[in-house]
Design a protein around this ligand. Structure first.
Ligand code: EPZ
Length: 424
């Protein structure tokens, strides 16, 4: 296993380029099984999760290869297998996104029932209720979800909770249903909109994507397309905070400022200066310490849950008290214990963390527990006095492309090392 060794105190300077969005790329890759043929998907990040989704598409019969740094060519002409096996799905629960694509593509899917993960139980009841409403026969046996769609028919589906994956799965099944499907209380995330954009390029008839009501008129067939994935808004936000926490001055290129509005407003309240210039964000922090702000996570366009751990690291050095409330996942505070090892003063009451900012964190050996918690520990290490070692960084490799190279490019002192302390 690897670890990152970080020497804190460097103020980040320079330019960083944002990679394609992990959470847009995954459903977009899954959607290639909706129509047999050749696809070229651009701006795809080289991440462990993208590799896992590629492996899964291979198992289903697709041929997938990188044609250059960030472009995948996918051939789904021979996709016949509809079974997504346990050994792949256990690697990445987002594999469940092939469920809707297989149902829409070949009207049959058997997908290993995804387990929970560190941040929560992650049920898929809303996905399955939606598929049943579309006329699917859904059964769960021996740890697999089995879906047969003799005849997909449009339906009105009301999600009693906003679900990104649920909205994406139903979108991909409904595009081939007879008649109209209306999804109410739909997720509005940019990744859902990007998937809808690709489906429309394939001939789907969709309107309302990006709002809480999406209408889909089923079509008899879809055709393959070429498509470029949007930039990763969570990577963008993570680098904005890397700038703030190190009192840096950076330019973030190849991002979509529109997708980080809630975070940007919050960071301006802390005293950061952030300016937009097309697809570049220029950020600077001249204050010695940020002002403390309160944060509550919400579905898009609210403050993203995937940025909660990162802003908590930032608030650990703020002037004052910050209340950070997590409303999306039931167990997304595991970074608190690790931040405390670095001297952070944090009390968790229910789903709210009360952070009393201190002048300085101190470097320590800490352990990553999940993808975004890893990012928050790296951010804390960038500002902490002395050396921080972040172990189990396989978590971070799932969702950030070459993060240590990008940080080094901004002047951070960070290296990847073999972790002798951790059994391999
Ligand atoms: C997506 O997960 C993202 N993953 C997550 O990013 C992100 O945190 C999450 O959306 C929320 O924005 C991908 O896009 C691959 P949900 P998803 O369904 O779709 C409950 C990261 O760090 N729920 O919107 O699984 C669920 O338990 C990852 O990149 C049900 O109760 O999230 C949660 O409390 C982490 N029943 C809430 O809804 C269901 O059937 C939101 O989950 C489905 C969800």
């Amino acid at each position: 296993m690897d670890k990152f060794v970080i020497e804190g105190g460097e103020r980040l300077r320079g330019t960083v380029k944002i990679s394609g969005s992990k959470n847009a790329a995954l459903p977009i890759l899954a959607a290639t099984v909706l129509a047999k043929g050749l696809y070229t998907i651009g701006n795809v990040p080289r991440l462990k999760d993208v590799h896992t989704m590629s492996r899964l598409l291979n198992v289903l019969g697709a041929i997938i290869e990188w044609t250059d740094k960030d472009t995948l060519r996918i051939d789904t002409r021979n996709v016949e297998n509809y079974v997504a096996p346990y050994d792949v799905v256990k690697e990445m629960r987002a594999s469940i996104l092939v469920l809707g694509a297989l149902v829409g593509g070949i009207q049959r899917a058997t997908v290993s029932y995804p387990g929970g993960c560190a941040i929560g139980e992650r049920p898929i009841n809303l996905h399955l209720q939606g598929l049943s409403s579309l006329g699917c026969e859904v059964t769960i046996k021996e740890g697999y979800v089995d879906v047969i769609a003799k005849r997909l028919r449009g339906a009105r589906i009301l999600f009693d909770k906003v679900t990104v994956g649920g909205t994406e799965n139903i979108l991909m099944a409904a595009v081939r249903a007879q008649g109209e499907t209306i999804i109410e209380n739909a997720a509005r995330e940019p990744e859902v909109v990007d998937l809808a954009r690709m489906l429309k390029k394939m001939g789907a008839r969709i309107e309302g994507e990006g709002t809480e009501v999406i209408k889909i008129k089923g079509v008899d067939a879809l055709t393959p397309c070429n498509f470029d994935v949007i930039p990763d808004r969570i990577e963008t936000g993570t680098f904005l905070i890397a700038c703030g926490i190190t009192r840096g001055n950076i330019a973030i290129e190849g991002c979509e400022p529109l997708h980080v509005q809630a975070l940007k407003e919050k960071l301006k309240e802390t005293g950061m200066e952030i300016m937009e210039d097309g697809n570049t964000l220029k950020a600077a922090m001249t204050r010695k310490r940020p002002l403390a702000v309160d944060v509550t996570t919400n579905p898009y366009p609210g403050f993203p849950t995937d940025m909660q751990a990162q802003i908590m690291a930032f608030m650990c050095i703020a002037r004052g008290l910050s209340a950070i409330t997590e409303t999306i996942f039931e167990n997304r505070m595991m970074h608190v214990a690790e931040l405390r090892r670095m001297g952070a003063d944090i009390r968790v009451v229910g789903n709210t963390a009360i952070v009393r900012g201190s002048k300085m964190l101190s470097g320590a050996k800490v352990m990553a527990t999940d993808l975004r918690a890893s990012a928050s520990l790296i951010l804390a290490g960038l500002t902490a006095f002395g050396t921080t070692e972040v172990s189990r960084i396989y978590h971070i490799d799932r969702g950030y492309e070459a993060i240590e190279e990008k940080l080094k490019g901004l002047g951070a002192k960070i290296v990847r090392r073999k972790d002798e302390d951790m059994a391999s």
